[in-house]
Design a protein around this ligand. Sequence first.
Ligand code: NAP
Length: 497
Amino acid sequence: MDDTVGRSTEQTVDTGSRSLRVAIIGAGMSGILAAIRLRETGVRDITIFEKADRLGGTWRDNTYPGLTCDVPSHLYRYTFEPNADWSRRFSPGPEIRRYFEGVAERHAVDGLIRTNSEIVRSTFGDSRWELETIGGDVETFDAVICCTGVLHHPKYPDIEGLDSFAGDSFHTARWNHDVSLKGKRVGIIGTGSTAMQVTSAIVGEVGHLSLFQRTAQWVVPLPNPEIPEPLKQRYRENPEEMDGLYDHLSERFVDTFARAVIGDREEMAKVEANCVNNLMENVSDPELRAKLTPDYKVACKRLIMTDQFYPAIQQPNAELVTDGIERVEAGGVRTVDGRLHELDVLVLATGYHAHDFMRPMNVTGRDGLTIDEAWAEANEAYRSVAVPGFPNFFMVAGPNSPIGNFSLIQVAEVQLDYIMQLMRQLQAREGAEVEPKAEATQRFNDEIKAAMTGTVWVTGCSSWYLDKNGNPALYPWDFQHFRQDMAAPNLDDFLIA
Ligand code: NAP
């Protein structure tokens, strides 16, 4: 392999001189976007492999009651696809799923998707990637873009007796809509964003609701009003207004909350005051308030954003259970105080295996190096998008992406623009290979670790943000830094053959 130190993008690019065959893994938000960006880059031979029977990613998998995005609707969209029809300030899940389906159709991406085609193996050799589907089909590609998402492997709790429960039980990401909750005794394990949304949505319908809380959560009050029809009409007539709104929402978020979590004390003080006041003003019973008061810093765990949860948990048929779970029995959940909480339905809002990235797929790069070997110590990538030893293999929302504090769509757009610039290197000539240098990757990860010490995520709490070594899998700088850093690849950091 020839090391092209100091080459600029302009010097090496001969866009379109070689037609690439590119595989995208995953037909969610980032997979759809990857296909659109590839086309714009001149790539015509694109296949999107999707493990499920339809596109949509997390918005397909999650159908639980109350599902809402807590990024504002007019920010949670592709920059090039404004949507005047969002019904609320924060969109309900089904609306977002339909939005992605609509974009895929309008951009003729849906025809590129091969459904029920989970990739089980990706192997590199002779400058190409060989991909094998679960059905045994094998095909080769010049490059792979892994768009497998972050939160898609449901985490089932390791609680004794879970299988012995006699009622209906399911994870929130596998909601069983055949089960009626009307008048039933329903238990929910977990108090993350998902559990809070489910609690608020179902408390009015169920007979009794038991919310099993292991850790209290800080909650930011976030009202979610409808967007009135005249305003939607105005957006339809003046789409540029939506672009202004997008920029405004983005700036507001980037300048406030996103700064708070990475060490801006003034901004953090405002977020803290907001959470504390919310709890003091909206939970009247001192005993319940004490149970709902976290013992760690605001935003150390991912903040809950809703004005629905406190009213919901104070309903007469709702109970916050803070005694630890001892085991699950046929009749319900037994807590450590010996009490059996009798249940008809048990909902597991216990989150995801967030650090598995593209696994369980077997990925083998140059010289037989597997991704499990490369990441044995930690999931480390070069600027989240590529890994040494895995040429022409790119990731969206890979390790240390800014996933905790921005719209993931914004993140995907920036990462894909960057990946497309590397893709142009591959278009330059037959058999081209591009991969980050090991030392550049090490340097980037050292910088990440050093910067992480100033963030709220390392102030002492357990959260899904933390990897097995206790390091947050997030991005410790602000969005401007991210944009600037990702504006163009520094080709000195890559091996390009
Ligand atoms: P999560 O934040 O990981 O929460 C899982 C919950 O389950 C936690 O309360 C955890 O308790 C509890 N838990 C896990 N194992 C348990 C056990 N064995 N016994 C008792 N409790 C147990 O998962 P999530 O709520 O599904 O949310 C995951 C992420 O999805 C969010 O942080 C967010 O990024 C995203 N999300 C976003 C939205 C949105 O509006 N945009 C909505 C839903 C989800 P501990 O806290 O004690 O670990």
